[in-house]
Design a protein around this ligand. Structure first.
Ligand code: KIV
Length: 263
């Protein structure tokens, strides 16, 4: 299993880190058998599994439940649990309650979005012995402030701010940093300026690793086509076909056969 020490080692050795989201036991079983390096129980679970319009629907209870399901099945993977909004904005005690729930559920590290205003919380979590992954750029928990899902850091001021945030998070002790929806040139600059690895989503090819939402890379959502997404199978069509064939087999009486029945 990958450990926290491997993140920086892989960056030094210029080996790319692959991360994928995982929310439940059946996908954890598949991911655990794959060569993917690490799993993120992302707060995107609120949208993908629970049907919320944004990640703001996630709660600590929800994240702990999904982290536990993944941890029970994926014994060979490093698991990062996402801290939901506003668990890390209510002060250190409340943040530590959320960290406690995620770590007891089986996470090996936590991830949280942004930096300004909760530097003390990040420092405290790291100081408590819990690895923290940062997340800057398009931070979906701030979607209403950002005015929508859009690329961040196109202007000089926002680019400079992202460079600064990355450095602060490294100095606070984060072991890795997610860069979401940032122009390639900027994410390359950030990546080269840090000793900790960057893991990109919509941040181009120069980050130290990549992360995608599992259901997106499996192509289960045909209408969701952001520029950065590559689908590695047509999951929607393949799963729908299987359901249609099952339905036809049931209705025609072709399923179950005698062989599929108890005598
Ligand atoms: O919640 C999530 O899935 C994430 C990734 C997109 C990085 O934070």
């Amino acid at each position: 299993m990958m450990t926290i020490l491997d993140f920086e080692k892989m960056k030094c050795e210029k080996r790319k880190i692959s991360m994928v989201t995982c929310y439940d036991a059946w996908t954890a079983r598949i991911a655990d058998g794959s060569s993917v390096d690490c799993l993120l129980v992302g707060d995107s679970v609120a949208m993908v599994v629970h049907g919320f319009e944004s990640t703001l629907g996630a709660t600590t209870e929800m994240m702990a439940l999904h982290t536990a399901a993944v941890a029970r099945m994926a014994k060979k993977k490093f698991i990062v649990g996402d801290m939901p909004f506003p668990s890390f904005r209510k002060g250190i005690v409340a943040a530590m309650e959320s960290v406690d729930a995620l770590m007891k559920a089986g996470a090996h590290a936590v991830k949280l979005e942004g930096v300004y205003g909760h530097e003390d919380v990040v420092r405290h979590i790291v100081g408590s012995g819990v690895p923290v992954m940062g997340h800057i750029g398009l931070t979906p928990q701030s979607i209403h402030q950002l005015g929508g899902f859009r690329v961040q850091g196109r202007e000089d001021t926002t680019a400079r701010s992202l460079m600064e945030q990355a450095k602060i998070l490294q100095d606070l002790g984060c072991f890795a940093l997610v860069l979401e929806c940032v122009p390639s040139e900027l994410s390359q600059k950030i990546t080269e300026s840090l000793t900790i690895p960057t893991i990109g989503i919509g941040a181009g090819p120069f980050t130290d690793g990549q992360v995608l939402v599992l259901q997106d890379l499996l192509g289960t959502h045909p209408e969701f086509k952001p520029k950065f997404l590559r689908t590695f199978m047509n999951g929607y069509q393949e799963i729908k076909n299987a359901l249609d064939v099952y339905d036809q087999n049931v209705k025609s009486g072709a399923f179950p056969t005698e062989k599929e029945s108890y005598q």
